[in-house]
Write a protein that binds this ligand. Structure first.
Ligand code: SF4
Ligand code: SF4
Length: 470
């Protein structure tokens, strides 16, 4: 059994930033600009996410929007493949795979998802960047915050909120565009003709983006996101987390560059506070692993730049494990990580097989409410409604039949031709060819089969009801 790291809540933040207080423009955390390897990685991760989110919705495939969850028709189109409500078990499988992927990556490297690709963090970074280009660097923003309202403050704040709202509106429009075709939706917005449900949802997601990324920011990570709460259960002594090397850094304190720290009883931390000033959640990583840390690695970049200036080795704050900090060696292969990875791989393989084997024709059967009737030939008949769905993107011919028909005969229209994505309801009857039934209720299997490719078929079960004594 691997040991777990207790995650603490530490009350050592910027004095100006009260915890869980309604935000105004005057008590946002003002982060300092910095550069570094992990910042570049984060920009790459967020850039990929934005490209995926804002770009995919505009792609067309086979004459229709490539990715569209058509709510009115209950279909999900993705690059030529169409998924129906019957296929949503695959979506559940995908969500379970995503959850196990998150578990595995968290056990291995802590909150990398939060720091590099979580939409909340990514949109917050973009909003912070808007703040920087409209209100200036950290010191200018703090000064602006303290200054009385005047033309300069009004213009800068207006520019910031205009940018925030523009990004929020684009986000809201794009999100709704995955459920309603984006091109007509954008046209309606530009010509001010959007109304009803679409307008409500675009405005709803615009507002949600503006509030979450503009105002709530780290409060979402700290107080609302459940993932932050259960991360301590997933971490063990070998999990890579962003940590401050206490043994190397303490005693902290300022000194001249040319002074050897050991000679004046100091460690490598010059107590410049840069790691605190760049932190989007406003914590001090030197207080230890905290629930508020989203693993963005900004403090690593900031501290490494200071180490470089001081002529010290980088890595006073780094990705490391608790075991390594205690002088041991990080074990990468450990039972929990191997277990999560194995489950993940098995589930991915199962999903791939399920996708490949997914029947491209679907059959549902419902029995008529009447139990049975006697036809003109004196045979007992049951009535059924069959629903056939052509899940392909081409017109297909199908044949309806009974599997192992035995004493039964299927009557009605059994040859069908369906357009791409078409659903048809087919009323059929089944007649019993013998006088005496084997039992009062027998199982029947209906089958719909592609006339050209017998390997493509779907089977649905129902029952045949007959009187035992006539
Ligand atoms: S950035 Fe590095 S040197 Fe500066 S206070 Fe933080 S840990 Fe210490
Ligand atoms: S402590 Fe470091 S890694 Fe954690 S949120 Fe703050 S800057 Fe990011």
């Amino acid at each position: 059994m691997s040991e777990r790291i207790p995650v603490r809540t530490v009350e050592t933040f910027e004095p100006s930033r009260p915890k869980m207080k309604v935000k105004t423009s005057d008590n946002l955390i003002h982060t300092r600009s910095f550069t570094g390897l992990f910042r570049n990685l984060r920009i790459t991760g967020a850039g990929f996410l934005f490209l995926l989110f804002f770009g995919t919705v505009w792609l067309n495939w086979g004459g229709r929007q490539a990715v569209l969850w058509d709510l009115s028709e209950s279909k999900f189109h993705i690059f030529g493949a169409t998924f129906w409500p019957q296929d949503f078990i695959l979506l559940s499988a995908l969500l379970i795979i995503a959850a196990f992927g998150l578990f595995a990556i968290t056990v291995f490297a802590g909150r990398v998802w939060c720091g590099y690709t979580c939409p909340q963090s990514s949109w917050t970074w973009i909003f912070m960047w808007c703040e920087k280009i409209t209100e200036g660097e950290r010191n200018q923003r703090i000064k602006l915050q303290a200054s009385p309202w005047g033309l300069n403050k009004l213009m800068r704040r207006s520019a910031k909120h205009t940018l925030w709202l523009a990004i929020s509106l684009l986000t809201g429009l794009t999100f709704v565009g995955y459920f309603t075709p984006i091109r007509p939706l954008a046209e309606e917005l530009l010509t001010l003709q959007m109304g009803g449900v679409s307008l409500f949802w675009v405005l709803f997601f615009t507002g949600a983006t503006y509030i979450n990324a503009g105002w709530l920011r780290e409060a979402v990570c700290m107080h609302m996101c459940p993932y932050a709460r259960f991360q301590s259960v997933m971490f063990d002594k070998d999990t890579l987390t962003i940590s401050y090397d206490v043994a190397r850094g303490e005693n902290r304190g300022p000194r001249k560059r040319e002074v050897k720290p050991a000679e004046v009883g100091l460690g490598d931390c010059i107590d410049c506070q840069l790691c605190v000033q760049v932190c989007p959640t406003g914590i001090d990583i030197r207080d230890g692993l905290q629930m508020e840390c989203i693993g963005c690695a900004a403090c690593i970049d900031a501290c490494d730049s200071i180490m470089d200036k001081m002529g010290y080795a980088p890595g006073l704050i780094s990705y490391t494990s608790e075991r390594q900090l205690q002088g041991g060696k990080t074990h990468l292969l450990r039972p929990r990580l191997v277990g999560y990875t194995a489950v993940l791989l098995v589930m991915i393989a199962a999903l791939v097989v399920a996708l490949v084997e997914r029947p491209m024709v679907s059959l549902d059967v419902s029995k008529d409410r009447g139990l049975f009737r006697e036809n003109s030939q004196g045979q007992i008949e049951n009535i059924y409604s069959l629903k056939v769905i052509n899940k392909t993107q081409q017109r297909q011919d199908y044949q309806l039949s009974l599997v192992d028909a035995g004493d039964f005969e299927l009557r009605g229209k059994t040859a069908l031709s369906l357009a791409p994505g078409e659903i048809v309801g087919v009323p059929v009857s089944v007649a019993m060819l013998t006088e005496r039934p084997a039992s009062s209720s027998q199982s029947l299997s209906f089958k719909v089969m592609d006339s050209d490719e017998p390997g493509i078929y779907s089977v649905a079960q129902s029952r045949f009801v007959a009187p035992m004594n006539r």
